[in-house]
Design a protein around this ligand. Structure first.
Ligand SMILES: NC(=O)c1ccc[n+]([C@@H]2O[C@H](COP(=O)([O-])OP(=O)(O)OC[C@H]3O[C@@H](n4cnc5c(N)ncnc54)[C@H](O)[C@@H]3O)[C@@H](O)[C@H]2O)c1
Length: 391
């Protein structure tokens, strides 16, 4: 089987997710185009890089990502650093002829995202491809929803309601990591999780053209976590810890108009007690509706409203499995279920197919840049207290 050498930059939560996914990709997909070989892992914390190299069987580890870019044997670069450190390594890797999968949001600023999209467009002309980590559009239930919408079975779309609700930062003792600092994250909940809900909504309903938003920060300062991987609220720091001001948002609420004429709302917060990874989407059409919730990842609910008799109308539950999109990755029987790990393996497979068959993946850097432009419009709308057109 063909082999491709991988360099990983950033060995935290997402470094682990990508390496588990890349390892599993050829095991789950019989027609996987190559076997990823873990060549070099980079993390600015040497202990993290060394430990990760041991556990994932990387041949080398380093603390400066330029070593990965300068290694002519590395074919694929996986960028899993905080948002402020996406642009420079991604652009350098693309310019060096390496395919790049970079985590979302594309970057910490719209300007950096624009430069990344421009570098990716140039690289694509030479057969070098990019992908941004918006994996939720690859949930089999979401792709099944897309098939149903495109078949016309629920009619013309009228309303799309999307949410991404978490609670891990609702406690003020949850530490201030890179995710709560504008310089490293660019934005708060907006870039971190709102973008996922926005991506699913746009994947199913087309692009958003106009938005009006409310952006709020509830916890104005937090105890500081010094460096390392973001502990995502799993540790609480006491009153004696050093405090720092939070300069990003906790919560974002948006009303939007789509180019199709549909309208809708998108909300995200990391402060919704009782909600963990609660990503929901509900799409209403003139003939029916679709609804889905990540916490029930494998279940898609569809109401073919016009086809049901009065008195028998309701949502029908589809348990996704081998007969649905990306069926290879699912187990043999619907209801055996897949999770986050398999979802990232679908993403790794889509990336592998795109780079070996020579096309831009559906979440290429141009898509990541468009999502960042919507985020800029959301912040502008909140500042101006007015509707804003998306550039
Ligand atoms: N697609 C998803 O579902 C998803 C989920 C979580 C995070 N993310 C994204 O993944 C990225 C990483 O987030 P995470 O949760 O893995 O963070 P993390 O804090 O768990 O890990 C980040 C790692 O990067 C290292 N690092 C920081 N700067 C570096 C540099 N310049 N060079 C090399 N290493 C560096 C840190 O030491 C740390 O080990 C972010 O952009 C985030 O938004 C995506």
């Amino acid at each position: 089987m063909k082999k491709m050498n991988v360099g990983l930059i950033g060995a935290g939560f997402m470094g682990k997710a990508h390496c588990v996914a890349m390892s599993n990709m050829p095991k789950l997909f019989p027609d996987a185009p190559y076997l990823p070989v873990f060549k070099t892992v980079c993390d600015i914390v040497p202990e993290i890089a060394e430990d990760f190299a041991d556990r994932f069987d990387f041949q080398n580890w380093c603390t400066d990502w330029r070593e990965i870019i300068n290694d002519p044997e590395i074919d694929i670069v996986c960028v899993c650093t905080p948002n402020c450190d996406h642009a420079e390594p991604s652009i350098a890797a693309l310019n060096a002829g390496k395919h790049v999968i970079c985590e979302k949001p594309m970057s910490a600023t719209e300007e950096q995202a624009e430069a990344m999209a421009a570098a990716a467009a140039e690289a694509a002309k030479k057969g070098v491809y990019s992908m941004c980590g918006y994996q939720y559009r690859r949930v089999p239930a979401i792709d099944e929803a897309k098939k149903i919408i495109e078949s016309g079975a629920i009619g013309e779309l009228t309303n799309v309601r999307a949410q991404y609700l978490q609670s891990w930062s609702a406690d003020p003792r949850s530490p201030l990591s890179w995710r709560f600092v504008k310089e490293t994250a660019g934005a708060g909940t907006l870039g971190d999780i709102f973008t996922h809900a926005l991506d699913i909504a746009q994947y199913l309903a087309g692009n958003v053209t106009d938005i009006v938003s409310i952006v709020k920060t509830y916890i104005k300062e937090r105890p500081v976590q010094e460096g390392g991987v973001d502990l995502l609220g799993t540790v609480k720091l006491g009153d004696d810890a050093k405090k720092q001001a939070v300069d990003v948002d906790d919560e974002v609420s948006v009303l939007c108009k789509y180019e199709s004429g549909a309208v809708g709302s998108i909300e995200a917060t990391r402060m919704a007690w009782g909600r963990n990874n609660y990503i929901t989407i509900e799409v209403h059409g003139t003939k029916g509706s679709i609804t889905w919730n990540y916490e029930r990842l494998n279940e898609l609910e569809v109401c073919y409203g016009m086809d049901d008799e009065d008195g028998a109308r309701g949502f029908k539950k589809i348990y996704t499995g081998p007969a649905n999109p990306h069926g290879d990755v699912t187990w043999n029987i619907p209801g055996m279920n897949i999770g986050y790990g398999e979802l990232k393996a679908i993403e790794a497979y889509e990336f592998a197919k795109a780079i070996t068959e020579g096309y831009e993946p559906s979440t290429c850097f141009e898509v990541g840049y468009q999502l960042d432009r919507v985020c800029s419009a959301i912040l502008k709308s909140n500042d101006e207290n007015a509707w804003v057109e998306v550039k």
